[in-house]
Design a protein around this ligand. Structure first.
Ligand SMILES: [Zn+2]
Length: 479
């Protein structure tokens, strides 16, 4: 019953109305994309109204200068105010680019293009989103400020043609697809693959994967991951997710997994010799990876956006905690705690050493990418412990509900602490978390972390060398 109420409130609060209106709004722009003979992509915009100055919504990584060239001769691409900006010579309804498809991972943004070993390619349409800006907004003249890209972005359709299968939003299209970009945008797949339907998700799989990935991983491991999330979140995802899974072959050695959640799907690529056989370490790693990414799908339901880079501990930490406790729940009474002791023992040292170098907010700038996962994971555990009703999933459902009440729904630090207070965490408890994630690093990170964990009744135990060896883990096994 609870689930029904929630889903109902959901449709009411957000979402459906807004999305519906959005889909019915005629497009401000159509972006026609596709590969040319050289392997570059042609990206042609047509605007309903003449445009002069446009900025890319996804501008966090400065890569377009090296990969995008104006091919229509009527504009320049510039970098200003931290944004990639299209400067048209005069107001125009069209502008076109030749684009080298970038397949490298970007910080905080989806990988623009994902290639499959079987010849397929998936393109992330979010990279094409634009919002109009003025010169004075860019220059900050007279205190003018840039609009919020997410609300100011043009209503845009992606148009793509191919003689192969085009797959988007869980459907196969032939010929030409025109797709309205919703929220952050999804991946559009072009290739020979088909959709394989499973109970909790649909999958588009690289045809060259070792057989066990299709036969065993999808059926048992991935089904169990989504089922566990559904049970613990107390709801299914709004829309059945699609999992696109690309293979990189053995060339990577070991095991490498990249990609993540985009809109309402997972786009993941994996490679390395370790994938040849399903040994227990490989399975455990894939389990963690997919459980973590699937958590992001639940966290961002309804178009909720995450906090910026500096506050990534909020969503990364909780996704990690959910993934680890779910894996532990699949193990027996001895192996479960042993697994948790080993991952949290490592995370404890990572978090301490990250905070010894400075505050969490600037960890990524200092090159410590794991800090938000490690410290955030302990913050999620402490959050769970401070709640009147110890349930990190219902805490997140409340966070999402409250975010969706806002004009631009985002789960940030302000909302996090405010919701903690609402759900029973005292000022003293909140300040113990603030000590870890605040603008200033704690003087003694080890002490601060231990104080937070002890106050959250997690009873951390250490060996003679000071290594974390056990805690009173929250019990998410019986659902
Ligand atoms: Zn993540």
């Amino acid at each position: 019953m609870k689930r029904l109420i929630f889903v109902f409130a959901w449709v009411f609060l957000t979402g459906a109305g807004q999305v519906y209106a959005q889909s019915n709004r005629s497009a401000d722009a159509v972006v026609t994309i596709g590969p040319d003979e050289s392997g570059n992509w042609l990206v042609e915009y047509s605007f309903a109204e003449p445009q002069q100055l446009l900025a890319f919504v996804q501008s966090g990584n400065d890569y377009r200068a090296a990969t995008w060239t104006v091919s229509s001769g009527n504009a320049n691409l510039a970098r200003a105010a931290g944004l990639d900006v299209i400067v048209l010579d005069q107001p125009a309804r069209k502008v076109a680019f030749s684009v080298i498809p970038l397949t490298s991972e970007l910080q905080g943004e989806a990988t623009p293009f994902m290639t499959f070993r079987d010849g397929a390619i998936a393109v992330h349409e979010g990279q094409f989103r634009l919002f109009p800006v003025t010169r004075s907004e860019i220059l900050g003249d007279d205190g003018e400020r840039l609009p919020d890209p997410d609300t100011a972005q043009l209503a845009m359709d992606t148009r793509i043609s191919s003689d192969r299968n085009i797959i988007a939003d869980g459907e196969v299209h032939q010929g030409t697809l025109t797709n309205r970009i919703e929220d952050g945008g999804t991946y559009i797949y072009i290739g020979k693959g088909e959709i394989r339907s499973f109970e909790h998700f649909d999958a588009v799989l690289d045809a060259t994967f070792p057989a066990w990935i299709g036969e065993r991983f999808m059926d048992s491991v991935l089904e169990r991951i989504f089922a566990a999330h559904e049970a613990r979140w107390g709801r299914a995802l709004d829309k059945k997710p699609t999992v696109m899974f690309a293979y990189k072959g053995e060339r990577a050695g070991g095991l490498s997994v990249k990609g993540g959640a985009a809109d309402d799907m997972l786009m993941v690529s994996a490679g390395g010799a370790r994938l040849n056989e399903p040994d227990s370490d490989t399975l455990a790693y894939l389990h963690w990876y997919f459980a973590h990414e699937a958590a992001h799908l639940f966290q961002s339901e309804g178009g909720v956006r995450f906090a910026g880079e500096g506050d990534a501990w909020i969503h990364e930490g909780a996704a990690n905690m959910m993934a680890y406790t779910q894996i532990a729940a699949t193990l027996n009474d001895e192996a479960g705690p042993r697994f948790l002791a080993s991952v949290y023992g490592g995370a404890f040292e990572e978090c301490v050493s990250a905070l010894e170098g400075g505050p969490l907010a600037s960890a990524r700038e200092r090159g410590v990418n794991s800090a938000h996962y490690a410290c955030g994971d302990f913050v999620a555990l402490a959050t769970d412990g401070f709640l009147r009703r110890r349930d990190i999933y219902s805490f997140w459902n409340t966070l999402i509900e409250r975010a969706l009440d806002m004009e631009s729904p985002r789960v940030d630090a302000g909302l996090y602490f405010n919701t903690l207070q609402l759900l029973g965490a005292t000022e003293g408890q909140r300040s113990l978390i603030q000590a870890i994630v605040g603008d200033e690093a704690p003087e003694n990170p080890r002490k601060a972390l231990i104080a937070m964990l002890e106050a959250a009744k997690l009873a951390p135990q250490f060996n003679a060398e000071g290594q974390l060896i056990s805690m009173d883990w929250p019990d998410y096994s019986a659902e």
